[in-house]
Design a protein around this ligand. Structure first.
Ligand code: FAD
Length: 509
């Protein structure tokens, strides 16, 4: 009799987990070769349980002004090629498309300033380009330039939350070995401000790196939000010099998707929701039982596995992948794994609300580029704005301009207490100041994402490690999703596939 594996949560992590459990080859490079993928391996009955009435979780494309528009993520990074590979496997890789424009601006003292070229996750290796951008004042620039004198102590692995074995890159690029490499992990801001000064970090790095996580660098772990940067800093006295070495080692992006070198970001013609549609169709073909409206309300240990109490009845499973948000997993694990539940339940989250707006082209002349970011110190409600029609021409009807403003971040819950009308008004008021448009929009749509972004506080990786150790005592149960560390679609997808491989291996022993 084949064994049953239940996957809880039908976002990209759960869909990817179900697909591998149903026998598909993983799309993640590190899982593709070797024993992880066993063609014709154990035969599982896979049940995917999703509480909502649709699959996809945060990935959501919907019609807006006659075009399919993304109301969650609109692109993914290709550094981890798993999402790209998955699209190829699903037969929709040819519809991946690079943004038509990738330059962006940041708001400084009420005006838009184009970002300097060559930034590495918001960090500038080139201070001349930074000076030209006028994002920071002369004083802020002088403070940042002090870093080049390399007067501080070498940056220790422990302050970055790295173990000594993980520091090969920093050392390979001339970083020193730090004698007393023990101590607590610092926040990203503590590390960067001490080297580059507060102004540069607040006005440039925080809106980019913090913005990706809807958080602030004061609370985020650098090794989780920018692992390659953290590793490159180990043992260096100057952040800027370490970044220059990192930039030299990083391949330059290409403008075409077909070439061997991929663009940094890819979106999908027709919206990223097409990946969800293709995944669901693939899972149907593979015989996965797909259930929507099936909220898992309780998870109990049963004789050799688990009982899952769902809105549709009870399911008995030999193995489980928990791909619902970390705070849901925490609730479900409270009885069977209280230590893991406490660790997962203590991860804070931030909420965001997106306001999508359309104008006739003549009424709104968009500034150059794909959009802009707003530093927290500007005190605005908008945290960033994507010029969707410029970035993705397929997302707007001819003669219309479509813009998506993001609001809300860790520590700024204002959008939660505002009605949709109030939020749209507030956003329009700020767009008026920043872009000069005063014409009322043709349409507006608010999409709220409560508790959407886990906040990776310093010590996050150890927290997850402790949760994993505690879960190791349970039979065949694994976690997936952004709580593990890594908000992006490719990272989530990889966590789903890894969880599937681990559950499968544990059930095959
Ligand atoms: C506004 C926004 C913009 C973003 N932009 C980008 C971007 O540009 N690029 C990028 O790479 N990433 C981006 N992200 C992040 C990325 O979309 C997410 O991290 C990723 O999609 C999470 O996938 P997931 O499957 O792990 O979780 P989710 O998508 O959250 O899926 C979890 C699923 O579990 C279900 N669930 C919850 N409770 C239960 C239960 N009790 N029983 C059963 N099911 C349950 C939920 O309904 C949901 O469908 C963005 C996220 C947001 C919100």
């Amino acid at each position: 009799m084949s064994r049953v594996v239940a996957v809880v949560g039908g976002g990209v992590s759960g869909l990817a987990a179900a697909r591998v459990l149903a026998g598909a080859p993983p799309a993640s490079l590190e899982l593709r070769d070797g024993p992880a993928h066993q063609e014709g391996g154990p035969d599982f009955e896979v049940v995917l349980l999703e509480s909502d009435d649709r699959f996809g979780g945060k990935i959501l494309s919907r019609e807006f002004r006659g075009r399919s528009v993304d109301f969650g993520p609109d692109n993914f990074l290709t550094r981890n090629p798993s999402a790209n590979e998955l699209c190829d496997q699903l037969g929709i890789g040819d519809d991946l498309v690079a943004p038509a424009t990738s330059s962006a601006s940041v708001v400084a003292r009420g005006r838009l300033h184009p970002l300097p070229p060559g930034l590495i996750l918001g960090l500038p290796p080139d201070l001349v380009a930074l000076a030209r951008s006028r994002i920071v004042s002369g004083r802020g620039l002088a403070r940042a330039a002090l870093d080049l004198l390399a007067l501080g102590a070498p940056i220790s692995a422990s302050s970055l939350g790295l173990s000594p074995e993980e520091t090969a890159i920093g050392r390979a690029s001339g970083g020193a070995v730090v004698a007393s490499d023990t101590g607590p992990e610092w926040s990203a801001a503590s590390i960067l401000v001490s080297r580059l000064g507060r102004e540069l970090v607040e006005r440039l790095v925080d809106p980019l790196l913090g913005g990706i996580n809807a958080g602030g660098l004061d609370q985020l772990s650098l090794v989780v939000v920018a692992p390659q940067v953290a590793r490159a800093l180990v043992g260096h006295r100057s952040v800027t010099r370490a970044l220059r070495l990192l930039a030299r080692r990083t391949p330059k992006p290409s403008a075409s998707t077909g070439a061997k070198i991929r663009p940094f970001f890819l979106g999908m013609r027709g919206g990223l929701g097409r990946i969800v549609e293709a995944l669901v169709a693939d899972l149907q073909d593979r015989g996965v039982q797909l259930q929507t409206g099936a909220e898992v309300r309780a998870l109990r240990r049963a004789k050799n596995g688990y009982e899952l109490e769902t809105a549709n009845g009870t399911i008995v499973a030999d193995g489980v992948v928990l791909a619902a948000p970390g705070y849901v997993a925490a609730r479900l694990l409270v009885e069977s794994a209280p230590v893991a539940a406490a660790e997962l339940g203590s991860i804070p989250h931030s909420s965001v609300a997106l306001v999508t707006l359309a104008w006739p082209s003549g009424a709104m002349s968009l500034p150059q580029g794909s959009g802009f970011l707003v530093p927290r110190c500007e005190g605005r409600i908008i945290t960033g704005c994507t010029f969707l029609s410029a970035k993705w021409p397929h997302a707007a009807s001819a003669g219309e301009v479509v813009v998506r403003a993001s609001t809300g971040r860790y520590g700024d819950e204002r959008p939660l207490s505002m009605s949709d009308e109030e939020l749209v008004e507030a956003v329009l008021g700020e767009l008026r100041e920043l872009t000069g448009t005063s014409v009322p929009p043709l349409a507006s749509l608010v999409r709220r994402w409560p508790r959407a972004f886990p906040q990776y506080l310093p010590g996050h990786r150890r927290k997850i490690e402790r949760a994993r150790v505690a879960l190791g005592e349970l039979p065949a149960l694994e976690l997936a999703g952004p709580s593990l560390g890594g908000i992006g679609i490719p990272a989530c997808l990889t966590t789903g596939e890894r969880a599937a491989v681990e559950v499968r291996d544990r059930l095959s022993r």
